[in-house]
Every structure is written in C-alpha cells, then in structure tokens.
Ligand binder design. Sequence first.
Ligand SMILES: [Zn+2]
Ligand SMILES: [Zn+2]
Length: 171
Amino acid sequence: MRLTGSCHCGSVRFTVESAQPVPFMRCYCSICRKTAGGGGYAINLGADFNTLAVTGKRHLRVYRAQMSGTGSSSQQSSGHRHFCGRCGSALWLWDPTWPELVHPHASAIDTPLPTPPSHVHMMLGSKAPWVEVEGRAGDACFGQYPDCSLAEWHAARGLSSPSAAVSETAG
Ligand SMILES: [Zn+2]
Ligand SMILES: [Zn+2]
C-alpha cells in the first residue's frame, strides 16, 4: 500500500510503500509519549525504506534520544526520529539496525489507513500513570517489547498489503 504523509505545516511531504499499514501497535515508552504521543502513546507503521521519497528534506530534523544506561554511561538510542523543524510534527523513525525498514507515525499519514481489528500495547512498563490503556478484550499487552514484529502480526492475520507491483498486475 502506498502511503502519503506530511507534517502539519506542509513543509515536509513523503510517500512510501508499506506492507504493514495497519495502525495496531501502540507504544507507551517515554520517547514516543513525549515526542509523538499526546494521548500517551504513539503508533508506528512498517514500510520499505528504499521506497521513501521526501520533499522538503531541508526542513527535516533528527532526534536521537539519550537513554539512561544501567551503568555509569548513558547511551544514545539507535533510532533516528525524524520530525519537521518548522512545526515539530513527528514523521518517522529509521534505525540503522534495520536499514531496509522505516516506521512512519500513523499520525503523519494522510492516506486513509485500515482500521485495526485489535491492538498491541507495548512498553507499558514505561506508561505514564495518567494514561489509560484503551483497548479491546484480548488485546496483547507487553511491559516491554512485544513478542511479534509488525510484519509477523500482519502476516498472521492476512493483513499484509501487497506491493505496488503486485497490485498493478492484479489490476
Ligand atoms: Zn512542518
Ligand atoms: Zn516508543
């Protein structure tokens, strides 16, 4: 599925091919909450980094969070959180650990996204006390990272979006 996204002020616009466009994964970690989750969590999608096309690149800024380490040293998050330097909208996360992937924030996407049949709630151990976990009975909940990837969740439910090439062939 081809996704079109933008920041609020319109300085940055992008398109990307996504095989995992269902906005089901809610992350309650402090970074998502502070940078992209006014309601207490952020929703990331899965997409193909090599198809990411951006206009307004000069307005892009990257935030790399400082993680409080267990020892004397704190370390920098490998996640590169891209946002608009003019309006502050959170746009996507890219991590060199998985360079072929990019994770757009659902909030930055203008294309109508599929409604998720269920949700996964992750990083609940970092949830702020005021945040209510609003989900459905049977939603999977994890204190830290979930036991399935975005791709595995979509595949298990038959919700993976075919690539553009496949849908064009299918007519
Ligand atoms: Zn902007
Ligand atoms: Zn998070």
